[in-house]
Design a protein around this ligand. Structure first.
Ligand SMILES: Cc1cc2nc3c(=O)[nH]c(=O)nc-3n(C[C@H](O)[C@H](O)[C@H](O)COP(=O)(O)O)c2cc1C
Length: 379
């Protein structure tokens, strides 16, 4: 571990210094006034754990089994779009780090590496998040590619029924490649490591979607094509055929209330990710730890309950699991690592998280993750 950056906060500060402003804004920002974004971490950090110092203690084991696979730690890398724009090759860097650390990596449909690239890097050990295509034919092609490349877990997204309203992105005119406004050009010049990396890696593209995008589209037309291609609102009727076709594990991400949770379970999904998209969609929504706590109580014996949004440390992961989550994901934290340290950034984040989870478990006298809820202080 690089001792200059022993926390996600230190990594984020360094990433901000190295990334062009528009890329940093896209990664770190949220919707509207970023109230939901801020609450995700601050509410999670209200959780308190009770230590037991005088009990026998045989050591802490943070391994956990999810969908029949044993992972080294209870966290994974959440799907993030446009990764290569934020830092060159960051999607590939994080997939490799996840494989080396034996934790799951989830590829977004709109990230900058292809299903095939990620399958190679992870030896087929990856999850795929499907943005729901408007055409069944495209949906089936993507599902076939994911399956034939070894993907065992498919994630479908409930929480993006409409485009988000993110003032920073609107101001920056975010697109791939970034719009050549004077402001953006100056920001690129001021970020030499980012610019050099982009030059070496080639311009970021939607590689998974590339076979379906007509060649030579202008940026404006690429935007229109992507709008037409994906229909954001997930419905019961869209989940049903996916459940029928997809033989692997099916997970719905973005569930925050019992009605939706029950509907998804009735449709035969294998797990839920309680998430508010990292505070990027609904500023008047609850922080994720709130619905997580309620949904875990009601559904954790019926399905696998995972959580993301706001996690920036090992204690945060321990708090989520103590509150009832079986597993957690992080979107921004691994990207902050790559923004700060490039190729070494994924390893750094995973080492930090593993060390911190271990320390918390040893400190409170918790041998197994399943015992963490017994340490939760209830008010
Ligand atoms: C820049 C950015 C892009 C994202 N793109 C996607 C995406 O393409 N698909 C998806 O399911 N979630 C996407 N998310 C949401 C993440 O998967 C995850 O839910 C969120 O980042 C968790 O919050 P955290 O960043 O506080 O860990 C994105 C998040 C960020 C920060």
């Amino acid at each position: 571990m690089d001792s200059r950056f022993p926390s996600i906060e230190f990594l984020a500060k360094e990433a901000k210094r190295r990334m062009p402003g528009f890329a940093w804004d896209y990664l770190s920002g949220g919707c509207y006034s970023e109230i939901n974004l801020a609450k995700n971490s601050s509410d999670l950090r209200q959780i308190q754990l009770e230590p037991y110092y005088l009990r026998d203690f045989a050591g802490a084991d943070q391994r956990t089994t999810l969908f029949g696979k044993t992972y080294d730690s209870p966290f994974g890398v959440a799907p993030v779009g446009l990764q290569g724009l934020m830092w060159p090759r960051s999607c590939e860097i994080l997939a490799k780090a996840a494989k080396d650390h034996n934790v799951p990596f989830c590829l977004s449909t709109v990230s900058t590496a292809s299903i095939e690239d990620i399958a190679k890097i992870t030896d087929g050990n990856f999850w795929f998040q499907l943005y729901h295509p408007a055409e069944d034919d495209l949906r089936d092609k993507l599902l076939e590619r994911a399956e034939s490349n070894g993907c065992e877990t498919l994630v479908i997204l409930a929480d993006t029924p409409t485009f988000a309203y993110r003032p920073k992105e609107i101001r920056n005119g975010l697109s791939i490649p970034p719009q050549m406004s004077l402001r953006n050009i100056i920001q690129m010049f001021m970020s030499p490591a980012w610019s050099w990396g982009q030059l070496m890696a080639g311009k970021p593209e939607f590689k998974t979607m590339k076979p379906y995008i007509p060649p030579g589209l202008s940026m404006k037309h690429l935007g229109l094509f992507m709008n037409k291609t994906f229909s954001g609102r997930l419905t019961v009727d869209k989940i049903k055929p996916i459940r029928e076709k997809w033989k692997g594990n099916l997970v719905v991400k973005g569930i925050v209330n019992p009605e939706d949770a029950q509907k998804a379970i009735d449709l035969g999904v294998d797990g839920l990710i309680v998430s508010n998209h990292g505070g990027r969609q609904l500023d008047t929504g609850e922080s994720t730890i709130m619905p997580l706590t309620r949904l875990a109580q009601e559904f954790r014996d019926k399905t696998t309950i995972m959580m993301d949004s706001g996690i920036r440390s090992g204690p945060d992961i321990a708090a989520a699991i103590a509150s009832g989550a079986h597993f957690t994901f992080m979107g921004r934290a691994p990207m902050f690592g790559v923004g700060a340290l490039g190729n070494k950034g994924g390893d750094q984040v995973m080492e930090i998280m593993k060390k911190q989870i271990q320390q918390v478990m040893e400190q409170i006298g918790c041998e197994k993750l399943e015992d963490l809820p017994n340490h939760l202080i209830k008010h």
